[in-house]
Design a protein around this ligand. Structure first.
Ligand code: FE
Length: 205
């Protein structure tokens, strides 16, 4: 079982997993008792999904862009290089950094469930865990990319990487032109979550 050791919330459609049911029951109880505000919960989850988590990965990417020595370390031993910035923990024990180049565009999926590098990207987005992405990313990656608004030239190979419990991937998007001399903090602002999954590109300055 290469995907054990973490949640398997196959909760697409109406069937909720036992864990999701327990969470729902707990949430309903807390709301009913007036302990939590469901809207506040949504904001909290959104914060983890889209802000705190991916900001860590963005810092890794920005440092790789700005510091060739760090980029080399990231290529050789991503786990150690990322840990040097303080990003360690569950779902990030064995990291591999995939560098996009003019020849290759990298894209990450977990075809079996939802393996995802939590320490650098936070919680996976809903679409990443959903069956259409998990199956189609492998079968028709260019079509999936175009639906994300990413068109990869035919001359550029698309490589799809299937995550497992053993290995988690972080895509290092290409550094946008026109950012010469930018600080790491400025560069990090251009790095989106999707660009680190491979379903997006870094923002243009
Ligand atoms: Fe998985």
């Amino acid at each position: 079982m290469p995907h054990d050791g973490h949640h398997h919330d196959h909760d697409e459609g109406s069937e909720l997993s036992p864990l999701a049911l327990r969470v729902k029951a707990l949430e309903s109880l807390l709301v009913e008792k007036g302990y939590v505000d469901p809207e506040a919960l949504d904001v909290l989850i959104d914060t983890y999904e889209t802000k705190i988590g991916p900001r860590n990965g963005a810092r890794v990417v920005a440092k790789a862009w700005a510091d060739p020595e760090f980029a080399g370390w990231l290529k050789r031993d991503a786990t150690a290089a990322i840990a040097s910035l303080g990003y360690t923990g569950r779902q990030g024990e064995h990291m591999v950094a995939l560098f996009n180049t003019p020849e290759t565009h990298n894209m990450v999926v977990c075809t079996l469930c939802s393996c995802y590098p939590w320490p650098v990207l936070g919680l996976p987005p809903v679409w990443y865990k959903a069956m259409p992405y998990r199956s189609r990313a492998v079968i028709e990656p260019r079509q999936v990319l175009s639906e994300f608004g990413v068109s990869v030239p035919e001359t550029r190979e698309v490589r799809v990487w299937d995550s497992t419990a053993e290995v988690r991937y972080l895509v290092i998007p290409e550094r946008p032109a026109g950012t010469e001399g930018w600080s790491e903090e400025q560069l990090a602002e251009l790095v989106t979550r999707d660009s680190m999954i491979g379903t997006g590109l870094a923002k243009q300055p």
